[in-house]
Design a protein around this ligand. Sequence first.
Ligand SMILES: Nc1ncnc2c1ncn2[C@@H]1O[C@H](COP(=O)(O)OP(=O)(O)OP(=O)(O)O)[C@@H](O)[C@H]1O
Ligand SMILES: [Mg+2]
Length: 244
Amino acid sequence: MCGVFVHALEKVLQTVIGDSSTDEAREAENLLKEVDWQYLDGEIPVAISQSKDGLGRISTIVQAMKEFSHPGSKVKTFHDLNKIIETTITVASNEWKYCAQIEKQLAPDLPQVCCLADEIGQVFLNILVNAAHAIAGNNPDDKTRGTITIATRLDREHVEICIGDNGAGIPENIRERIYDPFFTTKAVGKGTGQGLAIAHNVIVEKHAGTISCVSEVDRGTVFTLRLPIESTATDSRGEEMETA
Ligand SMILES: Nc1ncnc2c1ncn2[C@@H]1O[C@H](COP(=O)(O)OP(=O)(O)OP(=O)(O)O)[C@@H](O)[C@H]1O
Ligand SMILES: [Mg+2]
């Protein structure tokens, strides 16, 4: 469980902070020595306005992170999955915004689902980050952005969530292994191979749901999650879990 938490925290921090560089600070210091004050007179108001926009975005992300990082409940309660998806999209924005646009088709009449909200949010985050990586990795030099689609719908006693991308796709010879713990095709530091193992555990073991994937190399991938609205799932040790 601790591993799951560390992975979650690492993922959220990676997605929000992104890469930082001390070179930029040094460059700024050098620039200060050759200040053109007239130029600054015009630029400073623009910079302040952009900073305000940036602060607004930071505030949205902090709000989303607060929702994301509250101490995880072990008791299932009813939650709006569309709202969890919106929060996840905000938290992960640093991962997808440079390489993809997001198209949402969220059913407005989706019933609330009895679930462990923080763990379900973690699953959405893992699959969304994978989608962004698949798009960015497929065509690193192409400036045209890919598309990530996220759809929800009601299907009798289940809610279905589809997360698709038009990225690299998953070669057939590795498709069987993608849910294995620590299976990764990513470079060291980019992936640990835990994302889909956690997703499988949360969806199948903890919520009695299903997770499946359809993929075509160079065309893209769609992950489909199905969750029962009322869950009487057992946990990974086979014990029945509490519901509120
Ligand atoms: N949407 C996708 N498109 C293409 N390949 C994918 C996609 N999702 C998963 N994969 C493949 O499945 C592998 C396992 O995914 P998983 O999320 O478990 O680990 P990871 O992304 O490599 O690392 P981590 O999630 O721990 O950072 C990935 O390395 C990648 O090869
Ligand atoms: Mg992953």
